[in-house]
Design a protein around this ligand. Structure first.
Ligand code: 3PG
Length: 322
């Protein structure tokens, strides 16, 4: 079974839900799943939170449903009894953390400064919610936390939106992002399920940040590659000769011979390759693992480049971490 924190990373955005009427929870769950965000942090800000968790789990059994705004052990117990798979709190409460550890329940306490992070680390808890993220410095404070706390990953919430989610998503010490922007109260109360689905889809797209980086062109051999690159110079594309290819500007890679793909390859930039691979699976793409390279030590650091196993229009595709 996949590690729950891998699931957090793969889904990437955890909708933070405050629901007043548990009878709407099932439809909300369906809308989120349809939008590509099969997760929910159901907050104990409303009286029916536990009931809503139960309804969501029943409606979408594969969805990652947990509880948020858990302020005490009693709420944590209630949430887990209702089917919550994880416990999130806006702040650090040692009692809740101890209870989760004792009961083997994944928990993400809220932190906003180094002292709170230290307290969590000393409990062995290293996946943390940063709240309120934007007011505390956004992705910049997360970069700063990466120095003294390399063992931690963060889930920023509070002010994260489709507009800024990409900046968070590309950071190595971000596990996932969270927020209410796709499940605002009027949307739930007005039963705007299609609108919720659409906001989720837009958020997913923004989170991945897919962009064409360069096109790779296959040639016969080195001499052929040189002549192609020389021709591109007519368009003002300067040559940069490498070992196995020649770059004509940064947008065209002329391969010295037959590279991957019938015609060549497309290099697609994304914010996080592991997360992109989880997303692309639904379209039948899988990684060719022997082509993977890493940002640091293999097994300890994220992927930098990997080819996919399916061509598009005669082109092989490789993902490249931004
Ligand atoms: C939370 O509980 O995590 C925040 O309320 C989410 O913040 P947002 O409303 O700015 O998305």
């Amino acid at each position: 079974m996949a590690d729950i924190y891998d699931t957090f990373r793969d889904i990437g955005i955890i909708p933070v839900v405050a629901i007043e009427d548990a009878s709407k929870a099932a439809d909300l769950a369906h809308a989120l799943v349809k939008g590509g965000l099969p997760a929910s942090e159901v907050t104990f800000r409303t009286a029916c939170a536990a009931e809503a968790i139960e309804a969501m789990v029943k409606a979408e059994p594969d969805m990652l449903v947990g509880a948020g705004t858990v302020l005490n052990v009693e709420q944590a117990e209630k949430a887990v009894k209702a089917g919550a798979k994880f416990i999130v709190s806006p702040g650090y409460n040692p009692d809740v953390v101890d209870w989760c550890i004792a009961n083997n329940i994944p928990t993400m306490p809220g932190i906003s400064n180094p002292s709170e992070i230290t307290a969590c680390i000393n409990k062995g808890v290293t996946h943390l919610k940063l709240f309120p993220a934007e007011r505390k410095g956004g992705y910049k404070i997360i970069d700063d936390f990466g120095g003294p706390f390399p063992q931690c990953t963060f889930m920023p919430t509070g002010g994260v939106t489709t507009e800024n989610v990409s900046e968070y998503a590309k950071r190595k010490n971000i596990l996932c992002m969270g927020g209410t922007w796709m499940v605002k109260k009027p949307l739930i109360e007005g039963e705007k399920w299609d609108e919720i689905t659409q906001i989720c889809k837009d958020a997913v797209k923004a989170m991945h940040g897919f962009k064409i980086d360069h096109v790779g062109i296959n040639t016969k051999d080195e001499a052929d590659a040189m002549s192609v690159a020389d021709t591109f110079e007519a368009f003002g594309l300067a040559k940069k000769v490498g070992n196995s290819s020649i770059f004509s500007s940064e947008s065209i890679e002329v391969m010295k011979g037959k590279g991957r793909g019938t015609m060549g390859h497309l290099s697609v930039i994304c914010n996080n390759i592991e997360r992109a691979l989880a997303y692309l699976k639904q379209f039948g793409f899988n990684p060719v693992m022997e082509t993977a390279s890493y940002t640091g030590k293999k097994g300890e650091s994220p992927m930098k480049v990997v080819y996919l196993d399916k061509e598009v229009g005669g082109f092989a595709v490789h993902l490249k971490r931004v």
